[in-house]
Design a protein around this ligand. Structure first.
Ligand SMILES: Cc1ncc(COP(=O)(O)O)c(C=O)c1O
Length: 385
């Protein structure tokens, strides 16, 4: 085995194996019900699998155009226009990427130079801060308010400096299930007016939103759309997280720069899958029925944990339900998550994993994108804790 003998000055010295890998591995070792990592336990539509097979067999197996297959970009632009009333030019303002994480990384790399500040809300999806740091940027954290994880816009205002180049928002929000309201988006729009701050809006759960809430895409707000990269993921919408397919929307000036980086980072996303998605997207029901599908799962899980000593926090979107355990234990959330996996055989994610300096909240995140049987078995254990 070859060995490298020189010192390595890590660009990400504090990054180790993620808690998601740790908990999933622990769940497998201890034969635990795995409600930790966020991916569906069920398969995607057969029709979608058949379409991918069809396009592979029809010989569309070489590089597609750099920005994405035109018919898919057209389908995305048409969908965004019909849902959010915003017009994006498929030729210049829509790019298909290999997953939302790639899209977010590329948007950050496109703009962030050493010393630039990027405002992030904590708890935060784990890719944001490392993507900023690897580009020499400085993450500036604003904490969401516990227990509803809402935004304190006054704190955001105070966090903005002459070095602020970007702000990353995420609605519906992982790991908390909170959603931004129209008033939130208007606050952000007003606050950024006259600045050169760019927004990266992570909207991968745009179709997983409950209780009649409307998804507040930045695309709906002209003052935000003109300064935003909107990022979405087919993985979440069509139960195909392993395909790593997503897209980014931005005004053509921003998108031209984005594509310069995308071109030399990955060049293209998977071709035959793009053709399949373009055809499958004609069936609007597949995404319009998603809120009801996941709301039923959330409610099934909530009903099943009703008798437990855990206290559910509000989940208005995503496929995560957070449970507070103040009434159960003084342990830190990571210790409890590990103990529950080993002793009780149910795996979750400690919410502290989504913070740089975790507060002392006692909250575990459970994923309900699972079969009813798995949810019932997991909930039965939760009720015994
Ligand atoms: C908030 C958020 N953004 C982005 C992603 C990643 O999406 P993709 O798999 O398309 O890269 C996830 C996946 O868990 C997520 O929760």
């Amino acid at each position: 085995m070859p060995q490298y003998h020189f010192p390595i000055e890590s660009k990400l010295p504090h990054v180790g194996t993620t808690i998601f890998t740790v908990m999933s591995r622990l769940a497998a070792e201890h034969n635990a019900i795995n409600l930790s990592q966020g991916f569906p336990e069920f398969d995607c539509a057969k029709e979608l699998r058949d379409l991918v097979t069809k396009y592979i067999n029809s010989g569309l197996n070489q590089y597609p155009p750099m920005a994405g297959v035109p018919r898919l970009r057209e389908a995305i632009a048409a969908k965004v226009e019909s849902l959010y009333g915003a017009t994006y030019d498929p030729e210049l303002e829509v790019t298909v990427v290999p997953g939302a994480t790639h899209g977010i990384f590329t948007a950050i790399t496109t703009l962030i130079r050493p010393g630039d500040e990027v405002i992030l809300f904590e708890p935060a999806y784990d890719s944001y801060a490392p993507s900023v740091l690897v580009n020499g940027g400085v993450p500036v954290f604003v904490q969401l308010k516990y227990p509803d994880y809402s935004v304190d816009w006054e704190q955001v205002r105070q966090a903005i400096t002459s070095k602020t180049r970007m702000i990353i928002i995420n609605t519906p929000h992982n790991p908390t299930g909170s959603v931004l309201s129209a008033a939130d988006l208007r606050s952000l729009e007003n606050m950024l007016m006259g600045t050169n701050v760019v927004v990266v809006s992570d909207e991968v759960y745009e179709h997983i939103i409950f209780d009649g809430h409307r998804h507040e895409s930045v695309a709906r707000y002209p003052g935000l759309a003109e300064r935003s990269f909107v990022v979405s993921s087919f993985g979440k919408t069509y139960h195909v997280t392993g395909w790593k397919m997503g897209y980014v929307l931005a005004p053509k000036e921003l998108m031209a720069e984005f594509r310069k980086v995308h071109q030399f980072n990955v060049f293209v996303a998977n071709g035959p899958i793009q053709h399949a998605l373009a055809e499958f997207m004609q069936n609007k029901d597949a995404y319009l029925s998603l809120p009801a599908f996941y709301q039923r799962k959330r409610d099934f899980f909530l009903e099943a944990v009703k008798g437990s000593r855990f206290k559910p926090l509000p989940s208005s979107g995503t496929f995560f339900q957070n449970l507070a355990y103040d009434a159960i234990s003084e342990e830190q959330d990571t210790d409890l998550a590990i103990r529950l996996t080993k002793e009780y055989k149910v795996a979750s994610i400690p919410v502290s994993a989504f913070y740089r300096d975790p507060p002392a909240h006692k909250v575990l995140r459970f994923c309900f994108a699972k079969s009813d049987e798995t949810l019932a078995r997991g909930a039965e254990i939760i009720c015994r804790v």
